[in-house]
Design a protein around this ligand. Structure first.
Ligand code: AMP
Length: 441
């Protein structure tokens, strides 16, 4: 029951109006501590209800503000435009019975309009660090009166190269009393560094270990011979699976466009979302998907970050994501808030080791699925090691005279896919982090 929390009655009224009955585990753990004013570092998966876990305490802090609205009191930094839009909506829904106003600043939107919005001074400002800094540098943004800073999906902000911007913005809030940091993963040294710099004596809440992720989602692999074969499998899945909405992930924009083209050619209503698309296209794609005008979205990872679309119950990994954490983020699109979902990864020869490393990272074994109608010849490596990876042909020692010829004649062993980052030696660590990119894709 949300009434167990010391939340203002106007907020409890909104919670009831939104039909939130039971707090999710992250809400149950974080809300009371956040209401006490503690700094928090929360590890919680996408779809766990983490937004409300910080929005409600932030609103509670501001709800009784008697002063006339003259300054920004709360700052929410997050990695992408879509996540910013969703978070703003969530804030507005919870603030509907209060006088609290929120505003949003992200790249890809009109700078002057944003400056005009800032002149009206929202109580809560949500946005991506890059544009926020630009507005700050232009003298349009004053943060001295910020009491609480939220860093949402902090791990992803670091991956995208925003760490300096985030630290700078935190430094612009000298009077902040509380900082709440959320990440889907435990992150690495970069996140630890940021935590050390921006949080004061934080309480750590570990709401998920990776192995507990996505209980509501079945995770399958289907082996494939090559990319065209993968496309056939996708068409079969889209034609035969029962799903409301599907998302197909690719590692590259080119592949996303290609798959999209094939789907359209087959009269499948789809949208494509990646970094080459402008903001209008992105909004349209998300709206169409939400409203049901299109059932299928083809997307690259960063473009799909923070998407929260009801009824998204089928995730297809055309390529295996480049790390275990990325896999978790992708699969976090489905099975949200207790719904059932299906995640299917298409595995060619070159994807196998990455896939088996991700299985080990998640401490899960994906279901092997064969579809008779589109069965290929590749069914996985002939031999696998105890780790689950393909066992290669052992190199013969070429130290004796005369052995050289034998080595030269030996057939090449499994060639790594170009650009495919290799799995870590033990398969446990995040396999490879995306290179920092300056902006959201
Ligand atoms: P989030 O992890 O914050 O993106 O939340 C995922 C989805 O779950 C959003 O659509 C929320 O509105 C919804 N949600 C969050 N908390 C609850 C709750 N306690 N009861 C019902 N739905 C919730």
């Amino acid at each position: 029951m949300f009434s167990q929390f010391a939340l203002h009655e106007r907020l409890l009224k909104a919670v009831a109006a939104l039909n939130f009955e039971e707090p999710t585990p992250v809400q149950a753990a974080a809300i009371p501590l956040a209401l006490q004013g503690r700094d928090l570092r929360v590890t919680a998966k996408t779809g766990s209800g983490k937004t409300a876990a910080f929005v409600l305490p932030v609103l509670n802090r501001l709800v009784d503000l008697k002063q006339k609205r003259v300054e920004i009191r709360a700052l929410v930094l997050l990695p992408t435009r879509e996540l910013a839009q969703q978070t703003l909506k969530e804030i507005e829904r919870f603030a509907q019975f209060t006088f609290i106003k929120a505003g949003m600043i992200t790249g890809g939107e009109d700078f002057k309009e944003q400056a005009a919005m800032l002149r009206k001074v929202p109580d809560i400002l949500v946005g991506t660090p890059g544009r926020m800094l630009e507005q700050l540098n232009a003298g349009n943004l004053k943060l001295e009166h910020v009491q609480v800073v939220v860093l949402d999906e902090a791990d992803r902000m670091l991956d995208m190269g925003f760490s300096e911007d985030v630290e700078r913005l935190c430094g612009e809030c000298p009077n902040r009393e509380q900082t709440l940091l959320f990440s889907a993963t435990t992150g690495g040294a970069g996140l630890r560094d940021m935590i050390g710099k921006v949080l004061k004596d934080p309480e750590h809440l570990m709401l998920n270990t990776v192995s507990q992720l996505n209980d509501g989602t079945r995770q399958q692999i289907i082996t494939a011979d090559h990319n065209q074969h993968k496309e056939q499998i996708i068409q079969w899945l889209l034609a035969n699976e029962t799903y409301q909405k599907a998302i197909i992930f690719t590692n590259t924009r080119v592949m996303a466009d290609r798959i999209y083209g094939h789907l359209v050619a087959k009269d499948i209503k789809a949208f494509v979302l990646h970094g080459d698309k402008d903001q209008k296209d992105r909004k349209l794609a998300i709206e169409r998907l939400k409203q049901g005008g299109a059932k299928v979205l083809v997307a690259t990872d960063v473009a799909a970050r923070g998407l929260d679309v009801d009824g998204l119950d089928l995730v297809i990994n055309f390529d295996m994501p480049r790390s275990g954490d990325e896999y978790v983020h992708r699969i976090g699109r489905t099975g949200r808030a207790g719904n059932e979902g299906l995640a299917v990864s298409l595995i060619c020869h070159g994807d196998w080791n990455l896939m088996s490393s991700i299985e080990r990272y998640l401490k899960q074994s994906f279901e092997r699925r064969v579809i008779k109608e589109v069965k290929g010849t590749y069914t996985g490596p002939k031999k696998v090691k105890a780790s689950g990876k393909a066992a290669g042909v052992k190199k013969k020692k070429a130290d004796k005279k005369g052995d050289k010829k034998v080595v030269a004649k030996r057939k090449p062993t499994a060639k790594p896919k170009p650009n495919a980052p290799l799995a870590s030696a033990d398969g446990l660590a995040p396999l490879k982090r995306r290179k920092p990119a300056p902006t959201a894709e």
